[in-house]
Design a protein around this ligand. Structure first.
Ligand code: GDP
Length: 444
């Protein structure tokens, strides 16, 4: 799975990383190719579109961070957005409920539901040392009940004895009762599947759900069916409310679209993936790891992360130095304004640098725009050296001179001085915390 996508993406991104400078057009062109690659991997159209928009938005002005190339920055952004698309954090099945914890397995016939039930039981039993009971609720297919019983024997997991003639709800209740009496930790209920979605199936599963109030409702879907798996998941979720997805056959030769779109389309986390027919062929779905695997560029991502961290540290240290000296004059303010002006056009990259990003947030109320930065810089440029170092010198006549010199109004000069005072106060306050060794900006 993902192989074709990996080939395509690494080709596109590799070309980007080898370029010295990138224009917006370069990024746009690369993103067109990424979009095509995603669509060919069977990613849902909306998901691909949103992904590209987000990457482009973040990538604007990407060339400002030193020690990494703009292309490398784009790789990092693509990586981050891929992780976000896959669901950010790895999530697993929760057993945090009173024992026996009921878990309902739902899905279409042939999706790998029964196999996944046995795999999960096997994992809980052997890895987590839980006492597990499995029960098949497939009243229409005796073969399905037999299959689960066989899997139970093979995995060494208990299965509920088969009593012919009972309804799905009766079996589910009996399973919970047996679970309570037998001191089981978990009861896995393997519901009946159909080859297609139908109302009778949903109604039956919904009835079982009401009867046992499961702690998890896990939808099993076949990754090889691509977008159909996503559509199925959405339908099950709307009808039943699922808590997570088990995506099977990730070991197969599919394009990966289901794995890539599932979270974004359904809003439900993929909790486990099936990667083979054996009982232990079950993996956690870790968005970070999958993104690394898909991009095959973990080293570039690590490099950019390191560079961003060191820039953050460097800036924090410089500011800390000024603070330590008890200085934050108008020269410093101008430098800060210059930095923010630079950063104004690269909001995406900023999010990599927590200290700076937060400083900007802090000042966002000041309505930061390009012309304002220029005006403020002009005001400071119209001051004498002595005035910049000691703003207290600025009485009415000097302010008038500065306003005239910078083509602004006295009111603008006052605003700038007020902003400086506030920043100086803030820095003084933060400076008291700087003894801890953290720079003031790092704490902002
Ligand atoms: P059910 O009808 O949904 O219960 O489907 P089954 O559990 O009977 O699975 C159908 C077939 O798919 C069986 O042959 C399983 O061995 C196979 N299968 C299930 N999960 C996986 C998987 O993750 N990878 C592979 N390669 N095969 C799987």
């Amino acid at each position: 799975m993902f192989d074709a996508l990996t080939d395509r993406l690494s080709g596109i991104l590799d070309r980007l990383t080898r370029r010295g400078a990138l224009t917006e057009a370069d990024v746009a062109e690369a993103m067109r190719e990424v979009r095509r690659a995603l669509l060919e991997a069977d990613v849902a159209l909306d998901v691909a579109r949103t992904f590209i928009d987000r990457v482009k938005e973040r990538a604007v002005g990407v060339d400002v961070v030193k020690s990494v190339t703009p292309g490398q920055m784009v790789v990092k952004i693509v990586h981050d957005e891929l992780v976000a698309m896959l669901g950010a954090d790895a999530q697993t099945i929760s057993l945090a409920a009173a024992a026996p914890v009921p878990i309902l397995m739902v899905g279409l016939q042939g999706s790998g539901k029964t196999t996944s039930t046995a795999k999960i039981a096997y994992r809980f039993t052997n890895r987590d040392r839980r006492k597990v009971l499995m029960a098949s609720l497939d009243t229409r297919r005796p073969a399905a009940m037999e299959q689960l019983a066989t899997l139970g024997t093979q995995t060494g997991v208990a299965t509920l004895p088969i009593v012919p003639g009972q309804s799905a709800v009766q079996i589910a209740r009996r399973a919970m009762e047996a679970g309570r009496l037998g001191g089981y930790d978990v009861v896995l209920l393997d519901t009946a599947g159909r080859t297609t979605l139908d109302e009778a199936l949903m109604a039956e599963v919904a009835e079982v759900k009401r009867a046992v109030d499961p702690h998890e409702v896990l939808l099993v879907a076949d990754a090889l069916t691509g977008q159909d798996a996503v559509v199925t998941a959405r339908a099950f979720d709307e009808a039943l409310g699922v808590t997570g997805i088990v995506l099977t056959r990730l070991d197969g030769d599919g394009r990966g679209g289901a794995a890539l779109s599932m979270r974004a389309v359904t809003g439900k986390p993929i909790k486990l993936v099936g990667v083979g027919e054996k009982f232990d062929a079950l993996d956690e779905f870790d968005p970070q790891r999958i993104a690394n695997r898909i991009l095959g560029m973990g080293d570039v991502v690590a490099l950019v992360e390191k560079a961003a961290a060191s820039i953050d540290a460097e800036q924090a240290q410089k500011a800390a130095e000024r603070m330590r000296k008890g200085q934050f004059d108008l020269n410093d303010l101008k430098e800060q304004l210059g930095q923010m002006q630079k950063l104004g056009g690269m909001s995406g990259v900023m999010s990599l640098m927590p200290g700076v990003a937060n400083l900007k947030k802090q000042l966002a109320g000041a309505n930061l725009d390009e012309s304002m930065f220029k005006r403020q810089a002009a005001i400071i440029d119209s001051m004498t050296k002595a005035e910049r170092r000691n703003p207290d010198l600025l009485k009415a006549s000097r302010k008038k001179r500065i306003a005239a010199g910078s083509g602004t109004k006295v009111e603008d000069v006052n605003k700038l001085l007020k902003m400086h005072r506030q920043m100086a106060d803030m820095m003084k306050m933060m400076g008291k915390g700087a003894k801890s060794g953290r720079g003031p900006l790092a704490g902002l």
